[in-house]
Design a protein around this ligand. Structure first.
Ligand SMILES: Nc1ncnc2c1ncn2[C@@H]1O[C@H](COP(=O)(O)OP(=O)(O)O)[C@@H](O)[C@H]1O
Ligand SMILES: [Mg+2]
Length: 234
């Protein structure tokens, strides 16, 4: 089953279209990456999938249902989790409060699943009373992922989780994604430019150029640094 189908999506800002007819699909349980240079429209695509940006044309189907007309909070309640580029955690709130903020948007489950989130990120349990802003960049990224996971999404959208994160924690995020994949049927759409992370977790990838999908990469393409560099490096 396709957990996500994006069909000929056009979206943008003011008078300019950024996405010029993007079509992608994700099968349940897959980790699919979206790669491309800065400015090609990766974040715009993710924002249109979660519903922070309205489609000007085209459709977004989640688990077979058309959600194109739904607001971002409705899509979140239906089971799409979103971790924005730059994380956007609440620096002055504690770890626990940040996790609860994630819970406010998703009332689809009767209670928040703190324990399962701590299973993925044990360090958070020891820091529940610590302010988000005192965590390292990488720890903040993990907190933002945990905040999305607490609603038990079926699809997780991750926008450049390695951005501003030290290599050892990028590796931890990669291990987390592999653990998530083997222990659940959560599907992941990963926007990334970090070769190690892409090569550790991707089942396949879409390469974007100028607001459109320019090609698809298999695992062996992704594991070839030259192929990745051709789509990512300047
Ligand atoms: N809020 C905005 N208003 C106007 N233009 C924007 C906005 N956000 C992004 N853009 C433009 O849209 C294009 C795609 O940006 P973005 O989706 O952030 O690219 P990427 O994530 O691939 O780096 C860029 O040309 C960028 O300048
Ligand atoms: Mg971006």
């Amino acid at each position: 089953m396709n957990i996500l189908e994006v069909d000929n999506l056009i979206a943008g800002y003011q008078t300019a279209n950024v996405l010029r007819g993007v079509s992608i699909t994700l099968t349940k349980g897959e980790i699919v990456s979206v790669i491309g240079r800065n400015g090609v429209g990766k974040t715009t695509l993710v924002r249109a999938i979660i519903g922070l940006l309205r489609a000007r044309s085209g459709r977004v189907l989640f688990a077979g249902n058309d959600v194109t007309g739904d607001s971002a909070d409705v899509r979140a309640k239906k089971g799409i989790g979103y971790v924005p580029q730059g994380r956007e955690i609440f620096a002055d709130l504690t770890v626990q409060e940040n996790l609860r903020m994630g819970g406010f948007i998703g009332t689809r489950r009767s209670r928040l699943n703190f324990e399962s989130v701590f299973e993925y990120f044990p360090f958070l349990k020891d820091r529940i009373h610590q302010r988000g802003g005192t965590l390292s960049g990488g720890q903040q990224e993990m907190l933002a992922i945990a905040r999305a996971l607490i609603n038990q999404p079926e699809l997780l959208l991750l926008d450049e989780p390695s951005d501003g994160v030290q290599p050892s924690i990028v590796e931890e995020i990669g291990q987390f994604l592999l653990h998530l994949k083997e222990s659940s049927d959560v599907s992941v759409l990963l926007v990334e430019q970090n070769f190690d992370l892409l090569q550790t977790v991707s089942d396949r990838a879409y390469a974007m150029e100028k607001g459109a999908v320019a090609g698809q990469l298999t695992v062996s393409d992704i594991n070839n640094d030259d192929v990745l560099a051709a789509h990512i490096a300047v």
